[in-house]
Design a protein around this ligand. Structure first.
Ligand code: AKG
Ligand code: FE2
Length: 199
């Protein structure tokens, strides 16, 4: 199903980490099918967090899937992983084939339109371990993905296309923050899958 897996992948980061953008890794018709299926079959929930003691409910929706028994804690809330769906297993296999790493869980985000985004953060929770690899698949609206170095504040960004793969690895989570900026021009949904390895 993949279009091409022998291309030159370049590191988007100038130093202190590795972020590889593979571009579109599937045919547009397959990407359309996955967008539709994910929108309709994933158990989307509004995200909850406790930040400075305040209970926050985000507009963005999330879902957490994974191997049996995994739970995920962040911002003081714990989520139990739902069992893999057929489509998520197929996408996990495709992603693993491209990047050569194996994953045991997936955090999904649904941004209904450009009014929803994700603030600067790094995925450096203890449960992911040091120098973890995170593989990010994007479907739907093209959105900008930005990276900012913690110390030098240098930034870089890239547009994540429909059916594309981006992989963050090495020291990226230690040294760089990433975000999905809001953009009021965007009127259609985007679904993002981040495959992760919990240790
Ligand atoms: O939506 C994206 O591309 C980024 C998602 C993200 O950074 C995360 O789920 O930790
Ligand atoms: Fe992230």
């Amino acid at each position: 199903m993949e279009i091409n897996n022998c291309r030159n992948i370049v590191n988007l980061l100038p130093y202190d980490g590795i972020v590889n953008y593979y571009g579109k890794i599937m045919f547009p018709a397959d990407a359309d099918h996955y967008l539709d299926t994910l929108l309709n079959t994933i158990q989307w929930r509004n995200d909850e967090a406790i930040i400075f003691g305040k209970h926050i409910i985000t507009k963005r929706k999330v879902a957490w899937y994974g191997n049996d028994g995994y739970s995920y804690t962040y911002s003081n809330t714990t989520k139990r992983a739902l069992p893999w769906t057929k489509e998520l297993l197929a996408l996990k296999a495709l992603t693993e084939e491209f990047c050569g790493d194996r994953f045991n869980s997936c955090l999904l985000n649904l941004y209904h339109d450009g009014n929803e985004g994700m603030a600067w953060h790094s995925d450096d929770e203890k449960s992911l371990g040091k120098d973890t690899t995170i593989a990010s698949l994007s479907f739907g609206a093209e959105r900008k993905f930005a990276l900012k170095h913690r110390v030098s504040k240098e930034t870089t960004d890239i547009i994540l296309e429909h059916g594309s793969l981006l992989v963050m690895k090495g020291a990226t989570q230690t040294n760089w923050l990433h975000s999905l900026p809001k953009s009021t021009r965007i009127k259609t949904p985007r679904v993002n899958l981040t495959f992760r390895t919990m240790i």
